[in-house]
Design a protein around this ligand. Structure first.
Ligand code: NAI
Ligand code: MG
Length: 326
């Protein structure tokens, strides 16, 4: 084992939770870590939120672990997703025993389109009164996402997935997305259920067990996965993977948490669970499971950080996870 893992702490609690996740990776494997910079702090220093060197390092790596960027988040994460050629953002949302959750029965994963939709960057200020945004949807990106979803459900032993859209209103863009996704699934013999995105928001709150694998356009996946974070006990728990054909970037779903940054009290679980997804991606399934089991055990028995009602700091929770590794 000596894959090269790029580590970008970024800003705010990224500087606290990423070192925690790195210490866990160090405990289970023999990796070469390459530090790189991105975010508000490096922008202040150099004028650039995402230095070319960081972009190139990420593009050439086997995998990247990223914390969060503050004001410059969009200038950092959108190009970094491009750097790894990411076509899907994988966001599992599950409740853990011992964690006070609005919906403790939640266990689902969002597969979010990761390159286009309203995040494609085509926004214009046309006058003092008018701004517009062009939404981009391609058949090719939608099909690529659907192919991944089909492989994903097959691996998980599921029959199919739900596809979330609003094609009844956005007939052209979401219509294209829906048609492409459903066609690919039909070709692969995978079942799909269509759910309108507003109805999904209600249904997932009332009964999250109706959903296992949820395929979404970009913005819907962003918002609905944060909603699911609320159902399971907060943003400190949700990891994510930006997956490309042969490279990937892993990051907690949360941001820089300016309200608690610098205090050393952030929940490192999301970052450590992101590291577990990274291990899976690199083919270390046993190590990934070892890490997940340790995190689950700490979530169940404590110590816990303040967001989960505890009074432990990041270091104590990380030490407990390290302690419970096999
Ligand atoms: P946020 O996720 O940073 O914080 C929302 C709330 O959740 C805060 O109360 C925070 O304390 C809490 N929280 C988040 N992660 C936590 C953790 N690990 N442990 C304990 N509590 C946690 O979202 P917010 O406040 O909307 O954004 C703050 C900054 O982060 C903004 O500048 C935004 O642009 C950036 N951001 C960056 C992202 C990225 O780099 N991918 C993603 C989301 C936001
Ligand atoms: Mg978000």
């Amino acid at each position: 084992m000596s894959e090269e893992i790029v580590v970008i702490e970024g800003d705010g609690i990224g500087r606290e939770v990423v070192p925690a996740a790195v210490s866990v990776l160090e405990a289970v494997g023999d990796f070469e870590f390459v530090e790189a910079e991105a975010g508000d702090a490096v922008k202040e220093e150099t004028g650039e939120a995402l230095p070319q060197e960081t972009y190139d390092t990420v593009a050439d790596a086997d995998a990247t672990l990223f914390g969060a960027a503050g004001e410059t988040a969009a200038d950092v994460i959108l190009p970094l997703r491009t750097a790894v050629g990411s076509f899907v953002n994988v966001r599992p949302a599950r409740a853990y025993p011992g964690v006070d959750a609005v919906r403790p029965e939640t266990d689902l994963v969002f597969l979010r389109e990761n390159t286009e939709g309203v995040y494609a960057g085509h926004e214009d200020r046309l006058s003092d009164d008018l701004s517009t945004l062009t939404r981009v949807v391609t058949t090719s990106a939608s099909e690529r996402l659907a192919e991944y979803a089909c492989e994903y459900v097959e691996e998980q032993g599921n029959d199919g997935f739900q596809v979330v859209h609003k094609a009844n209103v956005m007939r052209e863009t979401d219509g294209r997305f829906r048609d492409a996704v459903v066609d690919v699934a039909e070709g692969a013999g995978v079942e799909t259920e269509e759910v309108l995105m507003d109805a999904f928001a209600t249904r997932v709150c009332l009964d999250p067990t109706q959903f296992d694998v949820v395929v979404c356009p970009n913005l819907a996946g962003d918002v609905l996965s944060d909603l699911a974070a609320g159902l399971v006990g907060g943003l400190g728990l949700l990891p994510s993977a930006n997956v490309g054909p042969d490279n990937a970037l892993f990051e907690p779903v949360h941001g820089t948490a300016p309200d608690i940054a610098g205090e050393g009290v952030a929940n490192p679980s999301a970052a450590i669970l992101s590291a577990a997804m990274l291990l899976d991606h690199l083919g270390y399934a046993d190590e990934a499971e070892n890490v997940r089991t340790a995190v689950e055990s700490v979530l169940e028995d404590g110590p816990r950080t303040a967001d989960l009602g505890g009074d432990a700091d990041t270091e104590a929770v990380t030490a407990a996870v390290l302690d419970r590794l096999d």
